[in-house]
Design a protein around this ligand. Structure first.
Ligand SMILES: Nc1ncnc2c1ncn2[C@@H]1O[C@H](COP(=O)(O)OP(=O)(O)O)[C@@H](O)[C@H]1O
Ligand SMILES: [Mg+2]
Length: 325
């Protein structure tokens, strides 16, 4: 494979003498979940994918002779100022939740990110209100000093710990091109969840803009596919229409995962109710076949299982194609 990405980058004043080496060949395990519209399913997909990938690694695949890996590790980075994923999906306790301060601090200085452990094998870098105000100005300063390499700032902060994980998944905020670009600069694959409504599909269009801009410094960044989110199980006409629009938006990069995430009022309620349990707990109950859970919750759990298999299969297939090209 000929890697077109820059081998070395200058991202802080200290790097001018000794530019940072980027191990581009070792970054195939980093995913970003992006759609510029809120409510498209980014945070739900991030959390579920992270949990499923971890379980998949821990369980292995005995049929294919792949043993389970008890030391598997997955990292999730929450770039949202709302910190929904940190608090609601993962239930990170207050004393471990720095509201995004460690992300902000790392971006300021180019220093390593500091994960906290949610459960064995699953780490998160908390998001929250610290990500709200300072980042655009910080990004502009980086652009002035390091031009396009500013988009690689989060990657710089992630590199020292990236090798500790089997998968890294980055959840991005809507209507925030700066954080979307920083996330894409640090990733290899982009997945876009989208509802079938116009706003959500337009969000894919905006995502594509940031994707193309970030590819100037991260040319291996690859669009993996769209996932239809919170949609009816039998709405094939609506799905067909959404697919038509997605083809228009994405052109050659168009791909939609065969597995959709079904609509479930019960999932929506559970994940955001004041007294709702964190998704990690709900997930454990679904996995154990808890029949007291509403049927739609168990169905959505199954959707994520299938989707996760499709994500690992497609990324492995595209990786091979890219490496051979
Ligand atoms: N399967 C589902 N069906 C319907 N609503 C869902 C489902 N899963 C999650 N939701 C709800 O959809 C809303 C938006 O999802 P979210 O993942 O937060 O989107 P985003 O991160 O793109 O803003 C949340 O309120 C969530 O509770
Ligand atoms: Mg979100």
């Amino acid at each position: 494979m000929s890697i077109a990405a820059p081998n070395t980058i200058v991202l802080t004043e200290f790097d001018r003498e000794a530019p940072v080496d980027v191990p581009w060949e070792d970054l195939w395990h980093i995913f970003v979940i992006a759609n510029d519209k809120g409510g498209a399913g980014k945070t739900s997909l991030t959390a579920n994918l992270a949990l499923m990938l971890l379980k998949q690694l821990q369980a292995g695949n005995p049929d294919a002779g792949i043993p389970g890996d008890p030391d598997a590790r997955v990292l999730v980075i929450d770039l949202n100022a709302q910190g929904n994923l940190t608090v609601h999906e993962f239930g990170v306790p207050e004393h471990l939740n720095d509201d995004g301060d460690s992300i902000l601090e790392a971006l300021r200085r180019g220093t390593p990110l500091r994960p906290v452990t949610v459960r064995p094998g699953l780490d998160v870098i908390p998001g929250g209100r610290e990500l709200k105000e300072e980042i655009p100005a910080l990004y502009n300063r980086l652009m002035q000093a390091y031009t396009l390499n500013a988009d690689l700032r989060l990657l710089q902060c992630l590199m020292p710990i990236a090798g500790d994980y089997d998968y890294i998944i980055i959840d991005t905020p809507p209507e925030n091109p700066t954080l979307q670009r920083l996330a894409m600069g640090a990733a290899r694959w982009v997945i876009s969840p989208s509802k079938t409504d116009r706003g959500s599909l337009d969000g894919v269009n905006e995502m594509k803009r940031q994707f193309e801009l970030t590819r100037r410094v991260n040319p291996l960044l690859t669009f993996l596919g769209v996932v239809l989110f919170a949609t009816g199980r039998t709405s094939s006409q609506i799905h067909g229409k959404a697919e038509g629009r997605l083809r228009q938006i994405l052109g050659n990069a168009y791909y939609k995962f065969g597995q959709h995430i079904g609509h479930s009022e019960a999932v929506a309620q559970q994940s955001r109710d004041l007294d709702g349990e964190p998704l990690v707990a709900l997930f454990d109950r679904a996995e154990k076949g808890d029949t007291s859970l509403p049927g739609t919750v168990r169905a959505v759990h199954e959707d994520y299982l299938q989707l996760t298999n499709q994500v690992t299969a497609r990324s492995a297939q595209l990786k091979q194609q890219i490496e051979e090209s």
